[in-house]
Write a protein that binds this ligand. Structure first.
Ligand code: AAL
Length: 399
């Protein structure tokens, strides 16, 4: 034993025997008052241990993937007095081209409000089953992101029996090698009519103002019978990564319509990857890659990708991060998330190696079904899921 160690041992023995310093010992063995930045080397409860292991920072307000959301009503959209006959929902990502912002969305303009999914068998050529039935893909532009000018239809419904004849809905945009691609859901029957919902189809254009050419081909097919995504591919959400198109999507599964045993769909999200916007898209072998969530909302963040996980599942109301774009971990737990959020993500298509995050986008609010009027409105949301906000020297982005 060295002299120092002998002296320390003697001191400890003396203080224990005399009782002096016992209080100090208690203090030093307890969790410190100043929350340590790094995980302390001491016994920790599971909750405190995971507060270090699972989050970007042990303090909520220093966690770059934690945010509140602020909502602002948009100017420029008419809803027929809110009588349920006009609906706008499921916005795409927002992009900036020709000095203005562009957004695409589902627009329904029907003689009556929707019947509701449970009465889908009563839908007609003019009476919609769901809020997104008998819809088309429309687009609007804006100088400031608050006041929008509706420009018209981007993708109309093709004639029967071409896929999408019943409804084209829930679009998202991709810019790839100078061209623009819209991916959306193509319905061939009223949504809710059977368990067999829609696959994804696509249109291409040289300019965001169109004209759009529909390929009229399924680009992401529903899974084979018995696979988790056999009934639906919803909410296609493309981002460019590694020179490829990473397209995330949602499926509703484990439901049999009308079954007492399994009346409720389970919603999870998958990933399909392609070298070319026309496909083929290869579904990831680890699908589903998110175990919860409803509409897809993702953005490049640092080396990886971040996802808003909204509304459904055990991990709803979380923001998750996948450094490898596949294996997501919960990064934060949040509240009042934007439904169907379409971010203005300036680096969604630049194949960034270090995503800077997002500060705003367009989302929707829907009246719960069963209410007398049933339609959705587009809304702006603001957030601070951005490195530039956390790092004032890097404020060039997101203007
Ligand atoms: C939305 C999206 C898809 C579904 C329907 C319309 O919230 O998940 O688009 O098909 O609901």
């Amino acid at each position: 034993m060295t002299l120092t160690k002998q002296l320390t041992a003697l001191f400890c023995l003396a203080t224990t025997l005399s009782g002096v310093g016992a209080e100090e010992q208690n203090v030093s063995s307890a969790f410190p008052y100043d929350l340590p930045k790094e995980k302390p080397d001491m016994p920790l409860s599971r909750a405190v241990a995971r507060n270090y292991d699972n989050y970007l920072s042990p303090r909520q307000e220093e966690n770059e993937l934690y945010s509140l959301f602020k909502y602002t009503e948009l100017k420029g959209f008419d809803y027929n007095g809110g009588d349920g006959t006009i609906s706008r929902r499921d916005p795409s990502k927002v992009i900036r081209e020709n000095g203005k912002y562009y957004v695409w969305y589902t627009k329904r303009d029907t003689a009556s409000k929707p019947l509701g999914l449970s009465r889908a068998k009563l839908a007609t050529d003019t009476i919609p089953s769901a809020d997104w039935d008998l819809a088309e893909v429309w687009y609007a532009t804006s100088k400031d992101g608050f006041t929008w000018e509706e420009q018209g239809v981007a993708v109309p419904r093709p004639p029967k029996p071409t896929i999408g004849w019943r409804s084209v809905a829930t679009p998202d945009i991709l810019k790839f090698k100078g061209k623009f691609y819209l991916y959306y859901q193509g319905f061939s029957e009223p949504s809710g009519f059977s368990d067999n919902d829609c696959p994804v189809i696509m249109s291409v254009a040289d300019s965001p103002d169109g004209p759009w050419t529909a390929t009229n081909q399924v680009v992401i097919p529903n899974g084979k019978k018995g696979e988790w995504d056999q009934n639906a591919i919803h909410d296609p959400h493309p981002i460019v990564h590694d020179g490829k198109i990473y397209l995330y999507y949602k499926s509703d599964f484990d439901r049999i319509r009308g079954s007492k045993d399994r009346p409720q769909a389970v919603r999870m999200q998958g990933l399909a990857i392609a070298d070319n916007p026309f496909g083929p898209f290869e579904k990831h072998p680890l699908n589903p890659v998110l175990n919860s969530g409803h509409e897809t909302s993702l953005f490049p963040f640092k080396e990886g990708v971040a996802a808003l996980v909204i509304r459904d599942g055990n991990e709803r109301s979380t923001i998750q991060y996948a450094a490898d774009w596949v294996n997501f971990e919960i990064a934060s737990v949040v509240e009042l998330m934007p439904n169907a959020a379409g971010f203005y993500a300036a680096d969604a298509f630049t194949d960034t190696k270090y995503g800077r995050g997002v500060t705003w986008g367009i989302s929707h609010f829907t009246q719960p079904s069963g209410w007398e009027k049933n339609h959705s409105i587009l809304t702006r949301f603001d957030t601070d899921l951005s490195l530039d906000i956390h790092d004032p020297e890097m404020k060039k982005h997101n203007n």
